[in-house]
Design a protein around this ligand. Sequence first.
Ligand code: NAD
Length: 505
Amino acid sequence: MQGTEGDRRRFALDSPVDRRPIAEFEVDSRIDVETAVARARAAQPGWAARSTSERAKILRKAIDVIVAHRADITQTIEAETGKPHVEALGVEIVPSCDFLNYWTGRARRDLRPHRQRLHGYLRPFKKLYVQYQPLGVVGVITPWNAPFVLTINPVVQALLAGNTVVYKPSEVTPGSGEWVARVLHEAGVPDDVVQVVRGDGETGAALVDSAIDKVCFTGSVATGRKIASSCAQRLVPYTLELGGKDAMIVCADADLERAAAGAVYLSMFNTGQVCMSVERIYVVDSVADEFIALVAEKAAAVTCGPGAADMGPLFWDRQLDIVTRHIADAEEQGAKIPVGGARVPGDGLYFQPTVVVDAHHDMQIMTEETFGPVASIMRVRDEDEAIRLANDSRYGLSGSVFTKDAAKAQRIAARLITGSVVHNDSSVIYGVPEAPFGGRKESGVGQVNGVHALRGFTHAQPVLIDRWQPARESIWYPYTDRTIRDLDQLIQHGFGKKLLRRLLS
Ligand code: NAD
């Protein structure tokens, strides 16, 4: 809900648990955003002048701050999202500490200048060094589904690389996002080095249009497109981590107990509001009856509603509308719903844990991102059909293969057009910092995490050093017959002869 006071827009937040008002916040204007970016610009050289180890040391202290304030941080997250405490701890706090620990531990190694061995053709004449320069001011824009971890992870990576950061958390979870700046300031990061701006899409658009040097965006495909076109106008680099419709393939040789438990948990934890939630399940016909029975039994046992241990509400009303619409469409088109399928009565935004069977690709539930607690199952003839259907999507974020045969999982993975693939599990992939994470097709542009993550917030600057410093290079002016003869000999004898070609490679 929004209003204005003076020239300022204001937002009122209510609890997804019972719709009671919980907070109000003031929206930052375009001028506020530009002021924050100017302060970040002024602070950047001082931050970059510190050594990587010094930056890492400060940021490592953030782990102690999170540990000390975990009850307050999770309280804000739970108030804004209604997540059960287990999910506030397990989805937000644990991976945030792990990311901080991991990135601060490897920053020096990843960011130090290094010599790159040249190939034989150039090696006698030149030496190559690569050094990593911060980009300047990075704008980070994040969603509401995991508002703390999805903010702190890119912010910390950008800071370690020597950038300053202005970030905008979602208007649905501003307090949870704001904790990131509070934690980092308490750890010793100077105020202007990391700043938060508050607001909705208008504030986000102002940040993208401001004088920043990179945008790191996590959110929907629709917003990602807008950001890409704004960045294109100014030729500003960006990464886009967008939506998904991830497929889970259940092979005939899968451990069906694990596959069914995974299908329920991985499509329903965080109330199904995870970018790499299992959103489509393809099960091979020979084991489909047993698998569906197990999924139905396990989904029926998931507790949901105010005070329930397992599942919280959807985090905001727009999400409830989408889930309701997808279920209605599936039912109209002949799907069976053995478990759930409706909103939980009461004021909160609870939707029952739901199993959809006999789903097919004319249904929204199998083609559009649902982002709700729904396990949608389709029977397939065999693994080839599962792979074909899994790839029949405009999304390509992640995917999973359930089988006892790890080599088969790898073979199937190679045929899936997705950013990543996980064997016998799924969403855990974002929590693996070594794994480059990013979507294919409409699920994103670029990657976060992985061994090049910190370098993604830098410019890799090659510096080519002259070994011998001759008065001139043989190719420089004046061009003479000798220049032509030398080049021709290089081509004939160097590249034309297999042995020498090997030496030049
Ligand atoms: P959203 O695109 O509506 O909003 C994301 C953020 O962008 C918010 O902070 C919002 O205020 C801001 N924003 C909105 N319009 C903007 C504009 N024109 N310019 C700049 N910023 C703007 O997405 P959401 O509903 O908050 O998040 C859910 C989506 O995020 C889902 O599609 C989900 O799959 C995706 N997601 C992806 C990942 C990933 O890593 N790939 C992770 C989590 C969520």
